[in-house]
Write a new protein. Structure first.
Length: 402
């Protein structure tokens, strides 16, 4: 089978996903077009060599609708022959785009694809597209569907994670992110967002908060306790009847930040690299997707990682670094505990709690972060994984090229 290589990865900074965030006035098409232009320009890329652009977007309506991937191809000035498609697998969309691109290349049906994602959460609010999974009363009742925050608290309750536990993890995420930002560890993939005349709008992830501690996080009120008391806890406990109640431990400080951002990864065959004059940075070794129990919802990274490790003929000990999306603190905590992974190998530069989670782009962002860190710390293998709404998990294994 043809091998799929990663030749480069680019991402914007992550801006606070609110009206006062630095990227709020930037349209999502501008975020995505900037990524495509930077990939082209810094690699002196002949874009006619690219077959397709695959971009994740979780709320593909309004400014993010109408196949934003093809729109960005046109706006960025790529060759007319380059196609574009938008996909939505909830929070894993950016990594799903990478995996889909790799499958195209491995099967010989494409030579090179740019994959990634975009989400302007300040301009197109999360959940604005509705959907039967969360809004159809029969679906919700029949499958005990609850908001993800309650699912996170359900995991914490079932597996014994306290408020102090999740706050301690979150404080460490902030500490690592501050250190990474101060050491300029994100420089290889991060490109400043500029306006039409070249003035820099934002050149670093905006949500990093120095000085965040367990004590400061301890002052925040649980975010999902009130909605849980309105009947949603009871709905979840119908599935998990062994529990007396749900302990609400997650809040804004130990959950992923709402942000704006975009990312793109250049994926191609060995022959593409030769034609383009580019050296591969990493090889995509294996990838996989699973469904998981939809009420607790967020445990999918565990079976996804187990599935992809088996497919690759590897064990957990063969992986040097992990990027586990910090949708909520309990997600990577559960993952590490179940697989016996030391925290030092997981999210060494912080995660979405400190840096943000631009839904459609996050999978590509953490893949870029992982490859950058593999190169920086001279590690050979890395695994990226995300939990997914509706009860799913995704995982991809990358090998660094020496």
């Amino acid at each position: 089978m043809i091998e799929a290589f990663i030749y480069d990865a680019v991402r914007t900074p992550r801006g606070r996903g609110k009206s006062d965030g630095s990227l709020h006035d930037v349209q999502p098409i501008q975020l995505l077009s900037a990524v495509l232009r930077n990939l082209r320009d810094r690699n002196h890329l002949d874009t006619s060599l690219i077959d397709d652009v695959i971009m994740g977007c979780v709320t593909p309506i309004g400014e993010q609708g109408a196949d934003i991937a093809r729109t960005a191809v046109l706006d960025a000035g790529y060759a007319q022959s380059v196609a574009g498609v938008q996909l939505n697998r909830f929070c894993s969309s950016g990594l799903e785009a990478i995996n889909m691109a790799a499958a195209y290349v491995m099967s010989g049906q494409a030579d090179a694809i740019v994959a990634g994602g975009v989400e302007s959460m300040s301009r197109v609010p999360m959940g604005a597209d509705g959907g039967a999974l969360f809004m159809n009363p029969a679906i919700v009742a029949n499958h005990n569907i609850v908001p993800q925050g309650i699912s996170a608290d359900l995991i914490a309750t079932k597996y014994g994670y306290s408020r102090t536990d999740v706050d301690t993890f979150a404080a460490e995420s902030y500490r690592r992110a501050v250190e990474a930002q101060q050491d300029n560890r994100f420089h290889k993939s991060l490109v400043a967002m500029q306006d039409e005349v070249g003035v820099t709008i934002l050149d670093r992830d905006e949500g990093v908060r120095p000085g965040t501690t367990v004590e400061s996080l301890g002052k925040l009120k649980p975010a999902f306790e009130m909605m849980g008391g309105m009947g949603l806890d009871a709905l979840a406990l119908m599935k998990y009847a062994e529990l007396d109640k749900i302990n609400h431990v997650h809040h804004a400080g130990n959950s992923s930040q709402i942000v704006d951002g975009s990312a793109g990864v250049l994926i191609g065959s060995k022959e593409f690299g030769i034609r383009a004059g580019l050296k591969p940075r990493a090889r995509i070794k294996a990838f996989g997707i699973v469904g998981s129990e939809p009420t607790i919802m967020l445990t999918g990274p565990l079976p996804a990682a187990q599935k992809v490790l088996k497919r690759a003929g590897m064990s957990v000990s063969d992986i040097d670094l992990f990027e586990v999306n910090e949708a909520f603190a309990v997600v990577p905590m559960f993952f590490m505990d179940q697989l016996g992974i030391d925290h030092s190998k997981v999210n060494p530069n912080g995660g979405a709690i400190a840096l943000g989670h631009p839904l459609g782009a996050t999978g590509a962002i953490i893949s870029a972060t992982l490859i950058d860190e593999m190169e920086r710390s001279d590690k050979a293998t890395g695994l990226a994984t995300l939990c997914i709404g509706g009860g799913m998990g995704i995982a991809t294994i990358f090998e660094r090229m020496s």
